[in-house]
Design a protein around this ligand. Structure first.
Ligand code: FES
Length: 181
């Protein structure tokens, strides 16, 4: 009986020496780690999960940042470019007042001088401030650096290099119509 146990023990040691059949130490036949295939699957799973989490994170970041950027950057206004345009009601510019309207891409000041309408660009040719009608002085004035223009856009005084661009204005029914000069 003791001899039989010794033979089994020697047989087992032989198996251990060539390393091909060990089962209790974590080695499979051929000397490879038994769970190597499992680790590869685990690494693949981790890589996949990492990509999924990264993708979700990127989607969340984009969905958060996009509205902020859209809020900060104003949308590009698309202007039509018509030769003639109804810009408002005649009642909006009572006698001896001036009001700025949008005409295509231009800001235009319409002046009602005792019932006679004139119109010219409302953007000062010095540094681009919006002008206003000064009825007391009967001229167009720029509040930024004191440029003065005639009602017809010509320069009276100030640092501006150019006169104001002139437009045509008329009353059509109850509307004010501006057209290119
Ligand atoms: S911007 Fe009008 S005077 Fe300077």
């Amino acid at each position: 009986m003791t001899q039989l146990a010794n033979v089994k023990s020697l047989s087992r040691m032989g198996e251990l020496e060539d390393g091909s059949s060990l089962s209790s130490s974590g080695l499979a036949s051929g000397g490879k780690p038994r769970d190597q295939g499992g680790k590869e699957v685990d690494f693949e799973r981790r890589g996949f999960l990492g990509k999924v989490v990264g993708g979700i994170g990127a989607a969340v970041a984009i969905s958060t940042i996009y509205p902020v950027i859209k809020y900060i950057i104003p949308p590009v206004k698309k202007f039509t470019s018509l030769n003639e345009l109804v810009v408002g009601k005649a009642s909006e510019v009572p006698e001896n007042t001036g009001k700025i309207f949008q005409f295509n891409k231009d800001r235009v000041i319409v002046i009602n001088d005792n019932g006679k309408l004139t119109a010219c660009s409302a953007v000062c040719t010095h540094l681009g401030c919006l002008v206003h009608w000064d009825n007391a002085l009967n001229l167009i004035s720029c509040p930024c650096h004191g440029a003065k223009y005639k009602q017809t856009g010509e320069i009276i005084s100030g640092p501006q290099p150019l006169p104001l661009t002139v437009f045509k204005a008329k009353v059509d029914g109850e509307n004010i119509v501006i057209s290119k000069s």
